[in-house]
Design a protein around this ligand. Sequence first.
Ligand code: HEC
Ligand code: HEC
Length: 213
Amino acid sequence: MKYATLGLLAAAAVAAGCANLERSRDLNNPKVPAAVLAQQVCSNCHGLTGAATSPNFPNLAAQSEAYIVAQLTVFKSHDRRDPEGYEYMWGLSRSLTEQQINGLAAYFAAQPPARQEIEGNRARLAAGKAIFESGVAARSIPACAGCHGAQGQGVAAFPRIAGQHADYLVKQLIVFQRTDERPEGAVMKVVAHDLTPEDIENVATYLQAMPGL
Ligand code: HEC
Ligand code: HEC
């Protein structure tokens, strides 16, 4: 074989390798760029732009970058161990590198916020709005807006909760209230302690309908 042919073969092999990396679903390959993993793997559940169609999967669109990094890190370290986090996200995050985690967070944080259909009866929405904006003074429940932002848009360690699926919000509020499966959310354990099931439904209904920023 002539050297020229060998050179061409080598070039073709390199090109094929690159093409594969651009379409790879391999969560164990540190060379696969984060945006490729986001589009090839995460999109199956969380949606291509982080707007999940099924309420089983939280929206990641426009989520706080620092919060996404923190959650992927605690899934990977097994510190966040609510049943669905364990079932779905432990395996998926196992081999992600720090660079991939940062890139995945940047990818989803940069997407436009998810918009939900406005659902729920007016009484529920109004009661939820009151909790979000003012808390419940009689039971020492603080206003959610105080930490999550006036529009529920989130900032840094405080996640975006506006426009999130109500089912997921309810599930997480119960996790904080009744378990220690999200130890990083210790502050939410205090917040959620005296929320009634009715309060939880109300505030989740309101948040899902909230357009956010
Ligand atoms: C097979 C479905 C599935 C795939 C694929 C998947 N996830 Fe998830 N993800 C889930 C589920 C379910 C939850 C909610 C877990 C819970 O309730 O604790 C979740 C939760 C998360 C959370 C926490 C969200 C929050 O608001 O706290 C982040 C961040 C996340 N996933 C990122 C990713 C990234 C990045 C990928 C791709 C590498 C990915 N997920 C792939 C199912 C999936
Ligand atoms: C003192 C600050 C503070 C207040 C007040 C607060 N939160 Fe939070 N909230 C947090 C922090 C911090 C987290 C992230 C916890 C973690 O990292 O696990 C969080 C997480 C959450 C989550 C989980 C989001 C996700 O994507 O998994 C929900 C839901 C939530 N808060 C709802 C509420 C509601 C509803 C209220 C008002 C009743 C409220 N929060 C008030 C600080 C606060």
